[in-house]
Design a protein around this ligand. Structure first.
Ligand SMILES: [Zn+2]
Ligand SMILES: [Zn+2]
Length: 245
């Protein structure tokens, strides 16, 4: 019940902001979230500067490497199993960090649509098996504070554009963990261990693509994959807007 009220309050917060943004768009046409040039939320100059993730990458974790390889040095030390693989649309470099910051912390959730568009554009490069797309969830307390989950917004637009099935609360965060920022790889892994629970009714037997805005060490995706597999999912891969290196 509490969950219902929390998600309903987050929903109304989101709807109110959406309406406010529609009115603001009308009165003040959009400016580029990064360089402030008028016209679009991501202007053509900033679009042209998007640092796409391209080969050669580590085939497991998706990091950029100097030549194609099955497992990079980081994966040999700390593989992301049971995750099949991690891929991303872009590299976490200008203008992506600022755009993600605006999406997450400045309430500019309208950016989710053009940012999901980048994920759509890069998707066919990676041939990831998919029956169901699931967002990395925020803990309800954090989602309530922010009013929305940026990864869930990315998944909504992504699935709509590619006509893919979206999991709705298919993965939940059952433990409120401190942010991963500033933690090293092993502390990140400890921080998110057993933080998730998945719904077998939605995920059993399905190849799941788990979506997050940024992948740094992959610990969050890995912990999410463990929960999805425990609930009977088939293969679980990670797909992110940006790969931090
Ligand atoms: Zn711009
Ligand atoms: Zn790797």
């Amino acid at each position: 019940m509490t969950d219902y009220f929390q998600s309903s309050s987050a929903h109304w917060k989101h709807q109110t902001r959406r309406l406010a943004n529609i009115i603001l768009d009308f009165v003040f046409p959009p400016v580029c979230a990064h360089c402030k040039k008028p016209g679009a939320l991501i202007c053509s100059d900033c679009l042209a500067a998007i640092p796409w993730l391209t080969e050669p990458i580590c085939s497991h974790c998706g990091r950029v490497v100097s030549r194609p390889m099955l497992r990079c040095a980081a994966c040999q030390k700390n593989p992301l199993f049971p995750l099949e693989r991690v891929r991303a649309a872009t590299i976490f470099a200008n203008p992506i960090p600022d755009l993600i910051h605006q999406l997450k912390y400045n309430g500019l959730f309208a950016l989710a649509e053009p940012l999901a568009g980048l994920m759509v554009e890069a998707w066919s490069n990676w041939k990831i098996p998919v029956d169901l797309v699931v967002a990395v969830p925020l803990h309800p307390d954090r989602e309530k504070k922010r009013g929305y989950n940026q990864s869930d917004l990315l998944v909504t637009h992504f699935c709509k554009k590619l006509n893919l099935e979206k999991g709705v609360r298919a993965l939940q965060r059952i433990r409120n963990t401190p942010p991963q920022v500033g933690l090293n790889a092993s502390n990140r892994q400890l921080n998110v261990a057993n933080a998730f629970q998945a719904d077998p009714n939605q995920v059993a037997g399905k190849d799941v693509v788990l979506v997050d805005d940024v992948c740094t060490t992959g610990s969050t995706l890995k912990a999410g994959a463990e929960a999805l597999l425990a609930a009977g999912a088939g293969r679980v891969s990670g797909y992110c807007l940006a790969r931090a290196l």
